[in-house]
Write a protein that binds this ligand. Structure first.
Ligand code: G1P
Length: 274
């Protein structure tokens, strides 16, 4: 059986929903309590047995690189970062122009080679069991492309790619950001994917979409004509940390789980007269 051991994390977006802070700090570096999101994402990947990761960054996001470089000054104080760097090999590639998710993933072609691989989006945080591990379990079962999905509120369907099912968990198509009345289900695509390497042939044929971007969803639609796709209903709770409200919710829930903070935070929230 083929082992999924490579992961791509695209983090070269502009973070426009979270300006002005994202002009200076990548949204993926903003803290969830005290850890930047990318650290939590790598812990999810390590839990799934991933051995090598490629961050798709740009030159304004060099601080992601420096974050993982170990400095003598911090010796013994950041053991959880050291544990990550010892468990997973970290690589970088540059996407200087924000030309969309399709263009970002295509930058990973050489890194991936000719095996199936995983993708985690840098602004999609899933709390609970490792979601990418759940997708890998489904890949082992179906031996085909897997997309991480979860139910979304009807008011949010127009923010996501929405799944039209064939039967059971097989996917018929994905409608990108539909109007509520055109959504074929309430299952949304939420930033976790396993693809066969043939996705790169489709990415190479992509035409530019609206907003001058190449869309990963278009490449999936092309590959769906030749290969099967299945939805993995991951069990964790999803947070869109690229939005202000999603980021705040994530911080509250992770802090409520933190031994150092939970008692005082619960007390504080209870006493807030809202
Ligand atoms: C992208 C995808 C969309 C997905 C979403 C959340 O949209 O195109 O299918 O539902 O991420 O992971 P974006 O948020 O980049 O506009």
């Amino acid at each position: 059986m083929i082992k999924i051991n490579k992961l791509v994390i695209p983090v070269a977006g502009l973070g426009t929903r979270f300006l002005p802070v994202t002009k200076g700090v990548p949204k993926e570096m903003l803290p969830i309590v005290s850890k930047p999101t990318i650290m939590i994402l790598l812990e999810e990947a390590i839990d799934a047995g991933i051995e090598e990761v490629l961050f798709v960054i740009n030159s304004r996001k060099e601080c992601i690189k420096t974050f993982f470089e170990m400095e003598e000054l911090y010796e013994g104080k950041v053991d959880d970062i050291k544990e990550i760097t010892q468990s997973i090999k970290i690589n970088y590639v540059y996407q200087e122009k924000p030309l969309g998710s399709g263009d970002a993933i295509l930058k990973a072609k050489d890194f991936v080679g000719n095996n199936p691989f995983a993708i985690i989006y840098g602004d999609d945080l899933i709390k609970g069991k490792s979601a990418i591990k759940e997708l890998i379990i489904d890949y082992d079962k179906y031996q085909s492309n897997i997309i991480g999905i979860s139910k979304a509120d009807s008011k949010d369907l127009s923010k996501y790619g929405i799944i039209e099912f064939k039967e059971n968990n097989e996917i018929n198509r994905i409608i990108e950001k539909p109007n509520i009345n055109e959504a074929p289900s309430n299952y949304a695509v939420l930033g976790r994917y396993i693809f066969n390497p043939e996705i790169f042939e489709c990415l190479e044929q992509l035409k530019m979409q609206s907003k001058n971007e190449y869309q990963l969803t278009e490449a999936m639609t092309m590959l769906m004509k030749k290969q099967k796709f299945y939805g993995c209903k991951f069990s964790g709770k999803y947070f869109d940390i690229g939005s202000k409200i999603g980021y705040l919710k994530a911080n509250i829930e992770y802090a409520l789980d933190n031994d150092e903070l939970s008692i005082e935070l619960k007390e504080y929230l209870k006493n807030l007269s809202i």
